[in-house]
Design a protein around this ligand. Structure first.
Ligand SMILES: [Zn+2]
Length: 141
């Protein structure tokens, strides 16, 4: 339900576990074991006695959701833009510019000075406008 929010939080550096296939019991277990806050829009899970460490997300739009999380849990600060893969939640590693040459479109390579790679999925990241837009979505998204 909150896949977009998870991706955006990761792009801002947050350690976010997100799997569509997890059931409520698994989510609660992981939250207790790993001391994670459960972000949810599902009242069935917020009413469970062991799920006290949760934040019920009220907004429909990802921008509002992100604002709520940042304000409520993180004092409106973020760990670090573009430090974590938005798909795998793995830390991004800076790579030499030449390493990215055959892995990104030529116009991107020409314009960008620095690149990062996720060691898990091998995805290449750079501080392009599309990534900025993903992390800081416009109001209407
Ligand atoms: Zn990845």
């Amino acid at each position: 339900m909150l896949g977009k929010l998870a991706k955006r939080m990761r792009l801002l550096g947050f350690d976010v576990l997100y799997h569509r296939t997890l059931d409520d019991n698994e989510i609660i277990r992981l939250s207790l074991e790993q001391r994670r806050v459960i972000l949810t829009r599902d009242t069935a899970i917020t009413e469970r006695p062991l799920a006290t460490n949760h934040l019920f997300i009220t907004g429909n739009l990802v921008k509002a959701q992100l604002d709520q999380v940042l304000l409520t849990l993180h004092g409106n600060t973020v760990p670090g833009f573009l430090t974590r893969c938005s798909l795998c939640n793995e830390a991004l590693i800076p790579i030499a510019r030449e390493e990215a040459k055959d892995l990104v479109p030529p116009y991107v390579y020409d314009k960008q000075e620095s690149f990062l790679r996720c060691e898990q999925c091998k995805r290449i990241y750079w501080v392009g406008t599309h990534v900025k837009r993903m992390a800081f979505p416009a109001e209407k998204q």
